[in-house]
Design a protein around this ligand. Structure first.
Ligand code: BGC
Length: 850
């Protein structure tokens, strides 16, 4: 490992910046740089003085930039692959080798798959987030990477984004605190942390590369920017990836206004890189403030020399990359030349397990939890190797060999007391329905297929055939169709079993499937698969069928909304339900642990909040025979719970990486307290919360009221509020003491809230003290009824009490004034609430702002 001079320097600078307004902070650093630069003119100094690590990053960047030719600067800005950096080696500039790493290293093996970032968000534990960052950073460096694409601090706007699990939830403060801690931990390993994805990237549909979002300046400042600012100023993140969507008319990666805000107001001294294949004009991008083409080449080199890109812009871009290299420590610390196969360690695996338990949210407990190791237990559902460990796409981490939940429970309760039954396959693609199950109207095996030369089934079919099954990909199943077409498949389906059959599709386009007069599913998918994950995105439903009884089936497919891989529809099924066998297993056990799941990830949003496939029916069937049914939600976030009143307990376990079995078993058996609290609101119904518009454009008409703020404003009750989570012990909050805030003392002024927390139960556990501020004393704008202003995680033994002090930034007591283009801190009394969630307040006080 390296010396941590860079990290220490950053921490000192961050402390300085935190205590001052931005402008004096930057100019103080610049002044230091120029005085050091003057001092460097002394004869006899190092031939390449920028190699001197005792100098400040700013000084070194200036010195190196001055020594570079224009050609070298352009090479640095354009460098994407290893060899692109070779012409810069004589200057000491290392290869900048990048890896996606939000929850572990993507694409490598022998690494630690940590619980997904929103699980980390649920821990509300910044010290843990920093350790998680340190571990990911250490593995990155050991595997030969010095630019880590992460953390992601995008706000989860409505729970349906396919990538929701990549960030830290819906609250800007939680995203900022956790993102800062993670970035700090990463950069302690002399790697550059690249924050993702600036900004207003909250959904995948649209599709994401071309989605147009309209958002107010106030929402940008109060909701979508703050986490980036915190992770830059307090976490020392040295680079930022700009996001795909168009925000207020212009793609972020060529949006001068937004990129200028990022650098001038949010404090980024390092560089901006585009996301992969950003669909922007690279020259316009550089001129708007993109500094590096490291993720996606395609920039004409001549543009730097023929006047299209001003020289000062090239200088600035190159300098920003150099600042990041020096500031992070990446310049001074060469990557290893030998890469070990295995970089995960027992300590990192333990950390994943600890994080998993600390992230598990006990949503409901009627008393059955924690389980007794003396009771018999049936573990049912996808609780084996089929558990979902991570998010699909650029965050997916190979978990390697891991202990399954079934194994982990077996080792706690003993093999003799544990039965395992599948019950449901969970959210997976099903085998293609064979031709033998279909009969076309002609009597032939298969289905009749009618093709229309338009996407709306209009007019007479242009072709009619009989097809053995519904399974086409990339191209239309018949020749001669235009780019937009539709098809209707008809016939009968003859079930091979009696019970609840599952039907699923892999879909690019729109499909509606009707069986026996019932709509089994009706929806659209842009694509069915992304990269780097073991599963595909399915769309499907269930239908009760009887063995041997043929029923009519209609499958309507349209190319409408098909994505870049072209049309696809594969119709799969699971004719025989696994639920009855699981019900038998549940009947014979004192407790039933039912695992259900949903697979999500990049490029595809969730279409709704229902658990996919037969899983609701599965839970209901088990709960009907076992009064001690515990549901484990291996899901990216909220789901509807029509069975909630019928079960004894619900644990939200998120995607737990390699800890998917061990951490959940620790929580179920009380070997660890369920430490998680919801970093997102769980809606009570489809459509509750800010809109999810799947069209090409979205209006963020909720303004600043994202997440729990929306629920307060609309006076709506969610299923489970933000911040909710039970423990196996109980906590009491007493003696709220609030400070004052004097606005005359400057932007960096803070105030504090103190509260006494006592563990009033019989077990050790951890509480998350949540401090919300109420409406600000102003009529000029509407402010949230409650906004999280600070939080602290406190671990206490039974009977132990502690006074917790939580600092609140002046920002928490301010709003963005769009007319004046600045933060305003209204003076007067501001209500303060201390609570267990956004909906459960137990202490009320106020802060005087003068
Ligand atoms: C994702 C980024 C990722 C990049 C490189 C893109 O598809 O949006 O988050 O860092 O790919 O893998």
């Amino acid at each position: 490992m390296t010396t941590h001079h860079a990290a220490r320097r950053r921490a000192a600078a961050a402390a300085l910046c935190a205590a001052a307004v931005l402008t004096p902070c930057i100019s103080a650093q610049a002044a230091q740089a120029s005085s050091e630069a003057a001092a460097a003119a002394r004869p006899g100094e190092h031939a390449q003085p920028w190699r001197d690590p005792s100098r400040s990053p700013a000084w070194r960047a200036d010195a190196l930039l001055n020594a570079m030719t224009m050609d070298e600067k352009v090479t640095l800005v354009l460098a994407t692959n290893d060899e692109d950096f070779d012409p810069l080696a004589h200057l000491g500039i290392p290869r900048m080798r990048r890896v996606d790493a939000s929850g572990g290293l993507r694409g490598d093996t022998g690494v630690t798959a940590f619980p997904a970032p929103n699980a980390l968000g649920a821990t509300f534990d910044t010290a843990l987030a920093e350790r998680y960052g340190q571990a990911v950073g250490a593995e990155a460096r050991a595997k030969g990477w010095n630019v880590v694409l992460g953390p992601t601090v995008d706000v989860d706007r409505n729970g349906l984004s396919g990538r929701a699990a990549e960030g830290y939830g819906e609250d800007p403060l939680v995203n900022g605190e956790m993102g800062a801690a993670m970035a700090r931990g990463l950069e302690e390993n002399d790697v550059i942390a690249m924050l993702k994805h600036f900004t207003v990237y909250n959904q995948e549909s649209g599709p994401r590369e071309t989605l147009a979002v309209d958002v107010s300046e106030r929402a940008l400042r109060e909701v979508h920017y703050p986490a980036f600012e915190k992770a830059i100023r307090e976490g020392g993140a040295d680079s930022v990836m700009c996001a795909y969507p168009k925000v207020n008319g212009e793609h972020v990666c060529q949006n001068e206004e937004l990129l200028t805000d990022l650098k001038q107001d949010l404090g980024l001294e390092g560089y901006v890189a585009t996301d992969f294949n950003p669909r922007t004009d690279p020259v316009a991008g550089i001129n708007a403030g993109v500094d590096s083409q490291s993720l996606f080449p395609g920039m004409p080199r001549e543009a730097f020399f023929d006047g299209r890109i001003p020289e000062e812009r090239t200088n600035d871009a190159a300098r920003r990359i150099l600042v990041a290299l020096f500031n992070s420590g990446a310049f001074d610390n060469p990557l290893p030349t030998t890469i070990p196969d295995v970089v995960t360690t027992a300590e990192h695996q333990r950390l994943a397990r600890e994080t998993g338990a600390a992230a598990s949210v006990l949503l409901k407990n009627s008393g059955a939890l924690p389980l007794s190791k003396h009771d018999s237990v049936a573990v049912i559902g996808p609780a084996g190797e089929d558990a979902i460990t991570g998010i699909e796409g650029s965050s997916y981490v190979d978990p390697g060999d891991f202990t399954t939940l079934a194994e982990a429970v077996r080792s706690k309760a003993g093999a003799e007391r544990t039965t395992v039954s599948q019950g449901s396959l969970g959210d997976v693609a099903l085998p293609t329905v064979p031709a033998s199950a279909f009969t076309a109207p002609s009597g032939q095996e298969g289905l009749q297929a009618e093709f229309f030369a338009n996407p709306d089934f209009q007019g007479a079919p242009v072709a009619t055939t009989t097809t053995p099954n519904v399974d086409f990909s990339g191209a239309a199943p018949v020749e001669g169709l235009p780019a937009q077409w539709s098809a209707r498949f008809t016939g009968t389906i003859t079930p091979t079993a009696t019970g609840l059959a599952r039907i699923s599709s892999l879909l690019s386009g729109s499909a509606k499937v009707t069986i026996g007069g019932e709509t089994v599913f009706d929806g659209s998918r842009f694509i069915w698969d992304f990269f780097f994950a073991p599963q595909e995105y399915t769309l499907g439903g269930t239908v009760p069928l009887t063995e041997g009884e043929s029923v009519p089936i209609t499958v309507e497919y349209s190319t409408r909304e098909a994505g870049f891989f072209g049309p696809r529809l594969t119709l799969g099924w699971q004719p025989e339900s696994l639920i009855p066998a699981a019900v038998e297993a549940a009947k014979g056990a004192e407790t039933a642990v039912v695992v259900v799941n949903e697979f999500t990830g990049e490029a595809v949003d969730r279409l709704g909040l229902r658990l996919p496939g037969d899983q609701d029916a599965f839970i209901e069937a088990v709960a009907a025979v076992n009064p001690r049914t515990i549901v484990v939600l291996n899901t990216p976030g909220p789901v509807l719970m029509p069975w909630l009143d019928d079960v004894e307990g619900v644990v939200q376990s998120w995607y737990q990486g390699a800890a998917v079995g061990t951490a959940t078993a620790d929580v179920l058996y009380g070997d660890a307290d369920p430490g998680g609290r919801l970093p997102v609101t769980f809606p009570a119904a489809e459509g509750q919360g800010p809109t999810h518009d799947t069209g090409a454009s979205v209006e963020y008409d909720e303004g600043i009221h994202v997440g729990y703020k929306w629920y307060d404003q609309q006076d709506e009750e969610p299923l489970f509020p933000f911040g909710h989570g039970l423990s196996y012990t109980t906590f009491e909050h007493r003696q709220l003491r609030t400070g004052k805030l004097d606005t005359r003392k400057g932007e960096g002024e803070t105030t504090s809230v103190r509260v006494q927390v006592r563990n009033t139960g019989q077990r050790a556990g951890s509480d998350v003290v949540q401090v919300y501020v109420g409406h600000l004393p102003t009529d000029a704008v509407e402010t949230p009824e409650k906004a999280l202003a600070g939080f602290a995680k406190v671990a206490l033994r039974p009977g132990e009490k502690r006074e917790v002090r939580i600092e609140l930034d002046r920002r928490a007591l301010s709003y963005w004034d769009e007319d004046a283009d600045r933060w305003v801190t209204p003076t007067g009394e501001v209500p303060v609430y201390v609570g267990r969630s956004a909906a459960d307040v137990d202490l009320v006080g106020s802060i005087t702002v003068k």
